[in-house]
Design a protein around this ligand. Structure first.
Ligand code: MF3
Ligand code: CO
Ligand code: CO
Length: 326
């Protein structure tokens, strides 16, 4: 049943030799009688040429040189004008996210989702933040099945039963707004439905834990409480992040309980909460593209993300749906 020879590159796309990568895992799986995840294993596809952005759209500095600004350049406590701009950027990000998620269907390629997101950004006059961020080649991230995050849109058609996270970030009025969610392609199995539902509950619990005066660690503690009964793995290597003029800045927001995250939440702070929840092992491996983060065991991962503002008495979800209540 094994597709690769020991010295060939592993089927998972890690770029490592099969014998150093999934060989032992596949042998154990076949001894157990499990289906070896060879045919299901996602592989890198073709990435289309870079989509241009007209010079009339205000772009962050890395659009030119690929180098993110120093995160110290971001304002920790945003003044009212910046908060207004964040609200506007986040509303546009959410609108595009909803449109792209509505276009997810069997047979649709993630590259065509990228094309849609890119076109909508230009129509709405915003820069798609991922594009050329540390050299990222596309305008959104699309993370399928065992991809934890930072999947690059490519020419693979979505298949019935897949799950896909769509992550949209835009730069508008000098500020970034960032949100994502995981959606079903066609009909998904019950285990995947539960994984997505629990991930959404985890994000909701993380948001509820945002109270001025509380430490950042309260967020991860709340998320872990939701996830623990299911035995899922909470990803530790990727965290939520402060956001504003700078895409990724302080504070770091772990999604597990980390008592070192003692930073105190104060009004005016804006950051993301974006738990990545794995069916199995919480650890990741990177594909040789240096972006695509996949689970080490090939099992699935779900994620959802909001950008939030700490207010005087709680939290405002800046990327909430426009018709969400008060
Ligand atoms: N939107 C992702 C996040 O939630 C970051 C994508 S950065 C990219 O933080 F370069 F991969 F696009
Ligand atoms: Co994001
Ligand atoms: Co984010």
């Amino acid at each position: 049943m094994k597709r690769c020879k020991p010295n060939e590159p592993c089927w998972c796309g890690s770029g490592r030799k099969y014998k150093k990568c999934h060989l032992a895992h596949d042998v154990m799986a076949s001894l157990r009688g499990d289906e070896v995840p060879v045919s299901q294993g996602l592989r890198p596809g073709q990435i289309s040429p870079r989509r241009p952005v007209p010079a009339t759209i205000p772009a962050p500095s890395y659009a030119l040189d690929g180098r993110p600004p120093r995160k110290q350049l971001g304002t920790l406590y945003k003044p009212p004008e910046q908060i207004a701009a964040m609200r506007a950027a986040c509303a546009i990000a959410r609108r595009i996210l909803d449109e792209v998620c509505a276009a997810v269907a069997v047979g649709v390629t993630t590259d065509s989702l990228d094309a849609l997101a890119h076109a909508r950004c230009l129509e709405l006059g915003v820069y798609p933040s991922p594009l050329n961020y540390s050299g990222f080649p596309k305008s959104i991230c699309t993370s399928i099945n065992e991809v934890i995050c930072h999947g690059i849109p490519d020419d693979r058609p979505l298949a019935d039963g897949d799950i896909v996270n769509v992550d949209v970030t835009v730069f508008h009025q000098g500020m970034h707004g960032d949100c994502s969610r995981t959606v079903a392609v066609g009909t998904i199995d019950q285990a995947s439905q539960q994984l997505i539902a629990v991930t959404e509950q985890a994000l909701a619990a993380g948001i509820q834990a945002v109270v001025p005066g509380a430490p950042v660690s309260a967020i991860g503690a709340a998320i872990e409480q939701v996830v623990r009964p299911y035995g899922y793995g909470v990803v530790r290597d990727f965290v939520g992040h402060g956001i504003g003029e700078v895409f990724h800045m302080d504070p770091q927001v772990p999604h597990y309980h980390d008592r070192r995250a003692s930073f105190i939440l104060r009004p005016g702070m804006t950051f993301t909460i974006e738990p990545m929840i794995n069916q199995g092992d919480h650890r990741h491996r990177l594909w040789s593209d240096n972006w695509t983060a996949v689970t080490v065991d090939g099992r699935r991962s779900a994620q959802c993300e909001h950008t939030v503002l700490v207010t005087d008495n709680g939290v405002e979800v800046l990327t909430a749906a426009p018709d969400a209540g008060p």
